[in-house]
Design a protein around this ligand. Structure first.
Ligand code: FAD
Length: 404
């Protein structure tokens, strides 16, 4: 593993840097409200510009508007966007996770219809997976889809924590199509239009004051037969493609999200008392060490990707470590700056109030630790009460087990 750019990579970086230098004056601000339509429109237009310049969907095939480049170029763009101080794409969920799923499992018609408008920000997408009783245990989803004699499907149920649903045009929704088989088997993935009758979206207000995610209700929503992605009954496999991309998006994104030791050090260094305080220095040192560990482990995963291999479950460590280090940084900054750290115009207020949520997003710490324990360290697997049992019988089995 060589951590320096090769001559080709250096030339690529230079090209990206000069494009950004030339165009950054036309970029919208990095922060703005997801409820402000004018701001969201500006972010869509900026995404379109990035896409036209080849800075969005970098790893997508060329026939769908991508650059057919590798993860290294993707990371280079992330670093240069961070350096230029401009926002990246608006639809990270669509381009980073749902688009690759449609590319892998969608029909030719679906790819032709949906990928172009997704890439250019004309149609933003959302991920309709989590439900009130299906988060970590995603395969327990209860939203039902029933096929009529005309082939069309009728959907009923509720999703929750749906990021960007308030301005999304489409979503990828995981629904139960067969309750007579084991829970991972009776699932199907659907493309659903978010503006159609039968869809109700309600914002969930967070401690930061923003409502970035939503509850979404489906009441007799009707979708066409060709809304299925990846085949009826294959929803779990299709969902896994998305979850793998999600894990990598969050794991690699720590520096892109602004969680870096040098940024924290620069902020703390403005306070002379903090600069001289041995305890502050020790805490900052620990945080920086953790984040550097994530960076170098990320390079390992990148090396695997650039050789055509898929990074193993240890990639989940990046998320756990990043989030815990950033939470510790938020606490340190609050201790030094005092209540001002949470003032509306403080650069830290959003980070500090958003991070507890990021503990759950993309897999909770307990779930990721379980995965690492079982699949990396070879520890015994968790007891599974649901193996091979038809979904519709699970409730009774769970009650039976609880009563014992
Ligand atoms: C910022 C943010 C954005 C999100 N965006 C989306 C989105 O766009 N689309 C979407 O579908 N979802 C989204 N989510 C939801 C996210 O995927 C879920 O929060 C996550 O899967 C955890 O599910 P849950 O919240 O239902 O918690 P639960 O699964 O109910 O977990 C509750 C607690 O129990 C623990 N726990 C659960 N099972 C086990 C176990 N087997 N062993 C040990 N401990 C366990 C968990 O670690 C956790 O502490 C988002 C969440 C956040 C915070």
């Amino acid at each position: 593993m060589d951590l320096n750019d090769t001559p080709d990579q250096a030339a690529y970086r230079e090209r990206i840097r000069s494009w950004l230098d030339e165009h950054k004056s036309g970029a919208p601000s990095k922060s703005g409200s997801s409820e402000d339509t004018a701001y969201i429109d500006a972010r869509r237009a900026w995404q379109a510009k990035l896409a036209e310049a080849g800075l969005a969907g970098v790893t997508w095939p060329e026939e769908f508007g991508g650059q057919a480049l590798g993860p290294i170029e993707q990371v280079t763009i992330g670093q240069e966007i961070g350096r230029a101080g401009v926002p990246g794409i608006l639809d990270t969920i669509g381009i980073g996770m749902l688009g690759p799923c449609i590319i892998a499992h969608g029909s030719e018609e679906q790819k032709t219809r949906y990928l172009g408008p997704m890439l250019h920000g004309d149609e933003v997408w959302c991920q309709l997976f989590s439900e009130p009783a299906a988060g970590s245990d995603l395969a327990a989803v209860q939203t039902r889809a029933k096929q009529g004699e005309d082939g069309r499907w009728t959907l009923n149920g509720q999703k929750v924590w749906t990021t960007n649903a308030q301005f999304a045009s489409y979503g990828l929704l995981l629904a139960r199509t067969d309750a007579d088989v084991a829970k991972h088997k009776g699932l199907t993935m659907f493309i659903v239009p978010m503006e159609r009758e039968g869809v109700t979206i309600r914002g969930l207000r967070q401690i930061s004051g923003e409502a970035e995610f939503n509850e979404v209700f489906f009441d007799d929503l009707v979708v066409e037969e060709d809304a299925v992605v990846g085949g009826v009954g294959n929803g779990w496999g299709t969902a896994l493609t998305i979850l793998m991309h999600e894990r990598m998006t969050i794991g690699f994104g720590s520096e892109g999200m602004g969680y870096s030791g040098s940024r924290f050090a620069a902020a703390l260094g403005t306070d002379p008392a903090a600069r001289a305080d041995a305890d502050v220095r020790r805490r900052l040192g620990e945080i920086t060490t953790e984040l550097l560990g994530v960076r170098f482990n990320g390079y390992r995963a990148l090396t695997a990707l650039s050789k055509g291999q898929i990074p193993g479950p240890e990639a989940g460590l990046a998320k756990v470590t990043t989030v815990n280090a950033a939470i510790a940084a938020g606490e340190l900054i609050s201790d030094v700056l005092g209540p001002e750290a949470l003032d509306e115009d403080s650069e830290w207020a959003y980070m500090i109030s958003f991070l507890p949520g990021l503990k759950s997003a993309g897999g909770t710490e307990a779930i990721l630790r379980n995965t690492i324990g079982e699949r990396v360290m070879g520890l015994p697997a968790e007891p599974r009460l649901d193996k091979g049992i038809p979904f519709k019988e699970l409730r009774a089995k769970e009650k039976e087990a609880a009563a014992k």
